[in-house]
Design a protein around this ligand. Structure first.
Ligand SMILES: Nc1ncnc2c1ncn2[C@@H]1O[C@H](COP(=O)(O)OP(=O)(O)OP(=O)(O)O)[C@@H](O)[C@H]1O
Ligand SMILES: [Mg+2]
Length: 313
């Protein structure tokens, strides 16, 4: 498969979860627990790959004001990283858990990207892929201020050459972009698949039909359906995966986990359908964890026997 996997995060986040025991609008409320994680979709993907034991390099941009904190969290997760530091702050995504377990989410603004910053990142990626026979670049997540989807696509396509493949998890590409990029893998959820295609996709049959038609330009199409599971369509096979019901703590990052675990399984030599089953089981394992907790292979293996799968027509 690939000799190297590199994740690219342009808009990372410092995920901060704060637990309160009181919800008082007149007196200060004290945090009884606080947790910090390095976040952003491609960062999550790199954290899961690392946890599963697959080598990955995490590249990207971050804000220099809190870079030390952000990067030390990645180091603590044993993620092999190299980020370009830009003027400004890495955005903080706050999750405040109030006493009745409801959550309040606040996404703060972060750095805005400069042409110079993108140039520095391009040089790092070029350096990373130089001389590698088969490399997969994983582009996932939102864009920082001042970077348009068009500029992002041009950035991505500038790495296109023999031996370089792309995995995409972005909400803003359309079918025509995908036909142009010809990615190795896409993993939209249903809402994203509707946005990509501009159609309602009311029935499962219509989702399968579109996923299959995309295999003319994408090697592996994974459409995740939250608790309803996953549809996999590839050039040679396809399957519909139903995960077991589990107690849900947080669904954030389930799709990132699925994507990471699918790639991990392919790298291990599994068939695409078996890799999709493993990916779905990993996503399901992740929803039983708090916040941005990362699954281990042991957790995935506990779910695996309970996953049901059938072929698609
Ligand atoms: N409530 C749930 N119960 C069981 N499994 C779930 C649940 N939600 C998600 N999963 C598993 O995780 C996989 C990916 O989930 P989902 O479709 O929610 O991804 P997503 O919307 O891309 O998530 P994110 O972008 O936050 O990472 C599903 O295919 C399924 O296997
Ligand atoms: Mg997702």
């Amino acid at each position: 498969m690939f000799d190297k996997i590199v994740t690219v995060t342009l808009n990372p986040a410092l995920d901060v979860t704060i637990w309160l025991e009181t919800m008082d609008f007149n007196e200060p409320n004290h945090a009884v627990r606080e947790e910090y994680d390095a976040g952003g979709k491609a960062v999550n993907i790199a954290r899961v790959m690392t946890s599963l034991g697959m080598p990955v390099r995490a590249l990207g941009l971050c804000g220099e004001d809190n870079a030390r904190q952000f990067l030390s969290l990645l180091t603590a997760d044993h993620v092999d990283h190299d980020f370009v530091q830009l003027e400004g702050v890495t955005r903080e995504n706050l999750t405040i858990v109030i006493p009745d377990q409801r959550v309040l989410k606040v996404n703060r603004a972060g750095f805005s990207v400069s042409v110079e910053g993108m140039k520095r990142l391009r040089a790092k990626i070029e350096e990373e892929i130089a001389g590698v026979d088969k490399v997969l670049l994983v582009f996932a997540g939102s864009l920082p201020e001042k970077l348009t989807p068009e500029a992002y696509k041009a950035f991505l396509l500038s790495f296109r050459r023999e031996g370089v493949a792309f995995a995409l998890d972005n909400a803003f590409f359309h079918l025509s972009d995908i036909a142009e990029i010809k990615p190795f893998l896409i993993k939209p959820n249903l809402l994203e698949f509707r946005q990509i295609s501009g159609s309602d996709l009311r029935t499962e049959q219509s989702i399968v039909k579109l996923a299959r038609s995309l295999t003319s330009c994408v090697d592996h199409v994974l459409v995740s359906l939250g608790g309803k599971g996953l549809i996999y369509a590839g050039k040679e096979s396809g399957c519909r995966i139903h995960p077991p019901q589990v107690q849900v703590k947080s669904t954030v990052g389930a799709g990132d986990t699925t994507l990471a675990a699918f790639l991990y399984s392919l790298q291990q030599g599994m068939s695409p359908c078996d890799a999709a089953i493993y990916g779905s089981a990993a996503g399901t394992a992740s929803v039983s964890l708090d916040g941005t907790g990362v699954v281990t292979s042991q957790m995935v293996e506990e779910i695996l026997p309970q996953v049901a799968v059938k072929g698609i027509r």
